[in-house]
Design a protein around this ligand. Structure first.
Ligand SMILES: [Zn+2]
Length: 170
């Protein structure tokens, strides 16, 4: 996987160098006289289960992994909590409103855009509305846990496995 590299300082626009500083090779801006720290980017995803234990997946209409199925979710905005971000993405992608029941865990996932995504997984049992594909999704569907299509992201698969092997289903 090729990771997109930052070429210019996003504070002052100066072309970046690479320097060994603070224990590793980092992007460095000579004008700002310091490294540009690069960190995993926080995102969230949600397992929504219906009363039969089926879970909701959305079909991606954007890259990366366009055409693959994944859990509803996405990147956090600056002014929201992880829970707010997860519920916003759920609403945008599926039309559902919900109440977070449980934190399933955190996981990292490689990303061509950001290097590493720091993914938080939540579980929702109580929701309202009928699923309709929205932003970044071309389809939305309930799936039997034993009949899932290939899931786009390893971190999502991990949370599905946690859900599957747990006793939180009912
Ligand atoms: Zn700079």
């Amino acid at each position: 996987m090729t990771i997109k590299q930052k070429k210019y300082c996003y504070f002052c626009g100066t072309e970046l160098e690479e320097r060994f500083t603070e224990g590793r090779i980092r992007k460095y801006c000579v004008r700002c006289a310091g490294p540009l720290y690069e960190n995993p980017v926080p995102a969230t995803c949600i397992i929504v289960a219906d009363k039969n234990g089926k879970i909701l997946l959305v079909k991606r209409s954007v890259e990366p992994k366009e055409g693959f199925w994944c859990l509803p979710g996405g990147f956090m905005e600056l002014d929201e909590t992880p829970e707010q971000g997860a519920l916003r993405e759920l609403k945008e992608e599926t039309g559902l409103s919900g109440k977070i029941h449980l934190l399933l865990g955190v996981r990292t996932n490689p990303s061509p855009m950001y290097g590493t995504v720091y993914m938080t997984g939540y579980f929702i049992r109580q929701y309202s509305g009928k699923p309709v594909a929205g932003d970044d999704a071309s389809d939305v569907r309930w799936f039997n846990i034993d009949e899932l299509p290939e899931v786009a992201f390893e971190s999502h698969r991990h949370f599905i496995d946690i859900y599957h092997s747990s006793n939180i289903k009912n």
